[in-house]
Design a protein around this ligand. Structure first.
Ligand code: MSS
Length: 366
């Protein structure tokens, strides 16, 4: 792997060979670094920060971290220690930035030109939001959204609404949501949202609020810019506004991790085509692979355990490849029968790219 920019200090513990450092707040996993054991190790998981990460002192006393729960009959502040007494659930989810795949938009939207690596499959442990809500007497009448606020200290002298990380999702998203304190078997690293993170399974990255300090059931969506105008599916050339769809539920997607052009020429003969597939909000049902640029398709086999509806599955298809140039592609189908489209959905900010054609790979077999 070619050495890129150095790792920023707050994520100096990441594997430098696994990461593409775009900026100090945007790092993605190299396609060739994705392993074949389903879970993305923390050292290889992508990073996306809309604001600089808080000071490491916030993870000095994890159990003492406080979250204010509002929009319930008995609103109050709870510590992580108290949350731990309320319940426990563990689940695997695909954490994927809304802009993953933006790098394949020919229109070059502003924002990080992610390829496939602004995503990972992560195991979280925490308490279901539903359990917390019920313990506090249930939702207030008229609540339509679940609105969550990140724990960053906001810069002085600017309108907090213009920078704060605060997102609203439909309250139905609460059904499987988690207030998580553990990730891949260890306390959540600060960079990934420790001491406490909201996990909204099936929803794109931005809705999974790190270092969450407030969770509220609200009648309206927040008017923070990141919700009002940001992260909207806007027609090309247009600005975001609240009438446009917000980036919420993720759609079915897959990509090939190996063989990849970045790993050099592929020896001819028997080749195992490997990748990952997930359904987003629904479970993934199957995945097909093409070795002729999408003219013909063969069904790939899922390998490894099924970690549930919100996790990804690895797939493999053994093929014989002869010397020459081959274009490999894959397309997944979810449990509702939705199939990954050939074309991307054009939008101004380059969100939700699930196009199988954009994700196809041209490899050289020798
Ligand atoms: N949270 C907070 N608090 N802050 C910030 O900045 N970001 C977002 C999420 N959350 C933030 C939050 C985003 S945007 C994303 S993707 C994610 O997160 C990431 O994660 P990680 O852990 O990987 O870093 Mo796009 O849609």
């Amino acid at each position: 792997a070619a050495p890129g920019k150095p790792l920023p200090p707050y994520v100096a513990w990441k594997d430098p060979n696994a990461m593409i450092v775009h900026t100090g707040s945007t790092l993605e996993t190299r396609r060739s670094a994705f392993g074949t054991s389903i879970i993305t190790p923390s050292e290889q998981l992508y990073i996306r920060n809309n604001l600089p990460a808080p000071d490491a002192s916030i993870v000095a006393d994890r159990d003492g971290w406080e979250i204010s729960v509002e929009g319930v009959k008995h609103p109050r502040t709870l510590t992580v220690k108290e949350l731990k007494t309320l319940g426990l659930e563990t689940m695997a989810t695909v954490l994927q930035c809304s802009g993953n795949g933006r790098g394949y938009f020919p229109s070059k939207p502003s924002g990080t030109a992610w390829q496939v690596g602004a995503a990972g499959c992560v195991v979280w442990s925490g308490v279901p939001v539903r359990v917390v809500m019920e313990a506090l007497g249930g939702m207030v009448d008229g609540a339509v959204y679940m609105t969550s606020t990140g724990g960053e200290k906001l810069p002085d002298g600017i309108d907090p609404k213009s920078v704060m990380v605060e997102r609203s999702v439909p309250r139905s998203a609460m059904a499987d949501a988690l207030l998580a304190w553990e990730m891949n078997g260890v306390p959540i690293p600060l960079a990934h949202g420790g001491p406490l993170r909201l996990i909204v399974p099936g929803y794109s990255g931005v809705n999974n609020i790190k270092y969450i300090r407030r969770l509220a059931f609200t009648a309206e969506q927040t008017d923070a810019a990141i919700q009002r105008t940001g992260y909207r599916i806007s027609p090309p050339g247009q600005k975001g506004d609240p009438s446009q769809p917000s980036v919420w539920e993720m759609s079915v997607k897959s990509w090939i991790n190996s063989p990849a052009p970045e790993s050099g020429p592929v020896p001819g003969g028997l080749v195992q085509i490997k990748g990952v597939a997930f359904g987003g909000i629904h479970a993934v049902q199957g995945v097909e692979v093409s070795i002729d640029g999408g003219k013909t398709w063969q069904t790939a086999k899922f390998v490894g355990p099924d970690l549930g509806r919100y996790a990804w599955r690895q797939f493999v298809l053994p093929v014989k490849l002869s010397a020459g140039t081959h274009t490999l592609a894959c397309r997944a189908t979810d449990a509702k029968g939705n199939r990954q489209p050939e074309e991307r959905m054009e939008n101004a900010a380059g969100y939700n790219n699930t196009s199988w054609r954009d994700h196809a790979l041209t490899i050289h077999v020798v």
